[in-house]
Design a binder for this molecule. Structure first.
Ligand code: NDP
Ligand code: 8X3
Length: 253
């Protein structure tokens, strides 16, 4: 029987690349994000190219009521989720703490921490029922080390780091694996979102070196997911060769 993975933030970047990779591995997929058209296009593509089954859920993970209602509305057979990829997340703004936009702070905290928790609560309960499952959380090197003006985004990813450790403890009696994947610079829509559509500024983030691709991170996720049952990959930090940490990046001038 095919396995099932539920991926949040499947319409772009790391989530989309993970969906494609898991479809290649014949996983049936529950694809979640806010942009319905993109979800439908991806779903059609994966069904046609890889012959898998999919469910799409247009969902803003910040809305706890919707998260509960829309996830619980899935047919029972779709609740046998083997792999949850908690990937939906974003950064908004890059300002010092005294000049930060509090609306941006709310969006980051509500999405990266609260939304991440809302989805985890529902899906981990399904996993506990079956006494099996694997949760993969998208943290960041920003959750290992703070950088200039990263303040609130970094704090949300520190929260993901802490909650990954907490989940590993709480879910230990239920044989549920928890993996935290912590990438450095990956060229996706991340910087365009951070800079609110300013493509020029977003492009500059990746200039002068070769950033990671979403596929590189999907490969790392697949490595963790495809280990034997007795092996759990707890934590991975992955950077481009040009990046030592959040503030040391070697760019060609
Ligand atoms: P993208 O912007 O390319 O993708 C983000 C995804 O999250 C989109 O599919 C978006 O879909 C979804 N999303 C955002 N907000 C919500 C929401 N409220 N509800 C549901 N879905 C939402 O960025 P990445 O692929 O780079 O980012 C994926 C994860 O990886 C994030 O958690 C990010 O913090 C993390 N990360 C990224 C790094 C990078 O350098 N790119 C490095 C380290 C970690 P939609 O807009 O359709 O809802
Ligand atoms: C994304 C990586 O360094 O831009 O989490 O914060 S960074």
């Amino acid at each position: 029987m095919s396995k099932i993975a539920l991926i949040t933030g499947a319409t772009s970047g790391i989530g989309e690349a993970s969906a494609i990779l898991l479809a290649q591995q014949k996983y049936n997929l529950v694809l979640i994000a806010r942009r319905t058209e993109r979800l439908e296009q991806l779903s059609q593509r994966l069904k046609t190219e890889y012959g898998i089954e999919t469910q799409t859920i247009t969902l803003d993970v910040r809305n706890n009521e919707d998260v509960q209602q829309k996830l619980e509305a899935l047919w029972e057979n779709w609740k046998a989720v083997d792999v949850l990829i908690n990937n939906a997340g974003l950064s908004q703004g890059l300002d010092p703490i005294d000049k930060g936009n509090t609306d941006d702070w709310d969006v980051m905290i509500d999405t990266n921490v609260k939304g991440f928790l809302y989805v985890t609560k529902v899906v981990s309960a399904w996993m506990v029922r079956r006494q099996q499952g694997h949760i993969v959380n998208l943290g960041s090197i920003a959750g290992k080390e703070t950088y200039l003006n990263g303040n609130v985004y970094c704090a949300t990813k520190y929260a993901v780091d802490s909650l990954s450790q907490a989940m590993r403890i709480d879910l230990l009696p239920h044989r549920i694996k928890v993996t935290a994947i912590n990438p450095g610079a990956v060229e996706t829509e991340f910087s365009e979102v951070r800079f609110k559509g300013d493509e020029e500024r977003a492009k500059k983030v990746y200039e002068g070196y070769e950033p990671l691709t979403a596929q590189d991170i999907a490969d790392a996720i697949w490595y963790a997911v495809s280990r034997p049952l007795n092996v759990n990959i707890n934590d991975m930090v992955i950077t481009p060769i040009a990046q030592a940490n959040t503030s040391h990046l070697l760019r060609k001038s």
